[in-house]
Write a protein that binds this ligand. Structure first.
Ligand code: NAD
Length: 391
């Protein structure tokens, strides 16, 4: 099939198998070009197929020759319908890992479910014995709870609604958007989906099954960002979930013996999840422009290499809440002053000068395997790609 991008709303409904391979290969090559490190040798990555979780898996595998078990929720190809990008990414990852003699297996299913937890634990016990590092990088819109009720996460403000500037990426124009205020039920549900409850369940399940090594570490990801995004992020429903994630990190460390939990605050980047958050794409395009001009722009793979290859290798430092900050370049005072200045000045006449919209689109297309100059997009490709070890 000849595969072209098909965009619906803030998502691309097609993905290119060869382009996704190229995307993964480039990330692997980046990690291989950097010094090796040693943080964990048997790594479980929950949410392993795209964005920060994929970059974490690549970093751990190729930066320290670790065996990796991945958990993801992706869809394989059907007649005339491509697989999801995460499916192709994982096929590519496993193929390259095998070539390097690295153990890599993946479980596809709902990470919130007991069934997937049990399957993953059985696999770890039979193949690896125990894991010494668990990366929790889920970004999900909904969760089926143990009693089979379904809860959803929403991106809303808390307390009062917020009106702010937003960017229509398609026609490159600015508009005003009003983000409604969440009900208490919506806040609670968002915390259930994106907070730390499921993270702790995973660690407890691994511990109960004796599938977690003594002195293991576990890391989950958060975001802070600047004041312009507070109403929709930090002070909104997702911020409440991230506060719960932080509280959970302390609970894991204090209540579950032999496991140390960390929160890493990462940089704002274009991923399938962040593309869906109002106001954030405008912030990201302005930020990209400034960070690229300063030569300090990073993508997921550079961020994750700095986290595992550098920060964990040195003496770890934490912010006042005990979090690791790899959003440090993003949050530099001079960078944020420029962001705020651009944010205040931006309008339909200067949007192309102040915001890196092309850079946003490039990252967006690459996420789905499009826009790589060395991939022939007019070629007929087999869309039904197998993952070597899928379960
Ligand atoms: P993403 O959408 O790229 O990745 C989400 C991953 O979760 C995928 O591997 C997907 O398959 C998996 N997943 C989703 N639902 C699942 C389910 N029910 N069962 C199993 N797997 C499931 O997201 P991302 O942006 O990389 O986000 C990962 C984490 O990083 C999130 O906690 C997010 O808040 C955080 N973070 C993101 C940014 C950013 O700008 N993108 C910045 C800081 C922190």
């Amino acid at each position: 099939m000849i595969v072209k991008p098909r965009i619906r709303g803030d998502i691309c409904t097609t993905a290119h198998p060869k382009g996704c391979f190229e995307n993964v290969k480039r990330q692997v090559d980046y990690v291989k070009s950097r010094p090796k490190f040693n943080v964990g040798k048997k790594v479980l990555v929950i949410g392993c197929s795209t964005g920060y979780g994929l970059a974490s898996r690549i970093c751990c595998a190729f930066g320290q020759d670790a065996s990796t078990v991945g958990v993801m929720f992706e869809r394989r190809a059907r007649p005339k319908k491509t697989a999801t990008a995460g499916w192709y990414n994982t096929a590519a990852f496993e193929t390259i890992a095998k070539k390097h003699g690295l153990y890599a297996k993946t479980i596809n299913g709902d990470a919130f479910s007991a069934e997937v937890k049990n399957k993953t634990i059985d696999l770890i016990k039979s193949d690896l014995g125990k894991v010494d590092m668990i990366i929790y990088s889920l970004a999900a819109p909904r969760r089926v709870m143990p009693d089979q009720t379904q809860v959803s996460s929403v991106l809303k403000t808390i307390g009062k609604q917020h009106t702010g500037k937003t960017l229509n990426l398609k026609d490159r124009t600015l508009a005003e958007v009003t983000i409604p205020c969440a009900t208490q039920q919506e806040i609670d549900e968002t915390v259930k989906v994106m907070g730390g409850g499921d993270w702790k369940d995973w660690i407890l399940a691994l511990k109960d099954a004796d599938a977690i090594a003594e002195n293991a570490i576990t890391v989950a990801y958060s975001y802070v960002g600047p004041e312009v995004t507070y109403p929709i992020y930090c002070d909104g429903t997702i911020g409440a979930a991230k506060a719960h994630l932080l509280k959970t990190a302390n609970e894991i460390t204090n209540e579950i013996g032999g496991v140390k939990a960390y929160i890493s605050v990462n940089k704002a980047l274009v991923t399938q999840s962040s593309a869906a958050i109002p106001i954030v794409p405008l912030y990201i395009t302005v930020l990209y422009k400034i960070m690229k001009d300063r030569g300090v722009h990073e993508n997921c793979i550079e961020q994750m290499y700095r986290l595992f290859g550098e920060k964990f290798g040195e003496k770890l430092s934490f912010d006042e809440k005990g979090r690791i900050r790899i959003d440090d370049y993003e949050m530099k005072i001079d960078i944020q002053q420029k962001v705020l200045d651009s944010f205040n000045r931006i309008n339909n006449d200067n949007v192309d000068e102040l915001a890196d919209i092309d850079g946003y689109w490039q990252d967006f297309y690459e996420m789905f395997g499009f826009g790589f100059s060395n991939v022939d997009y007019d070629e007929d490709v087999d869309i039904d790609v197998d993952i070597l070890s899928i379960d």
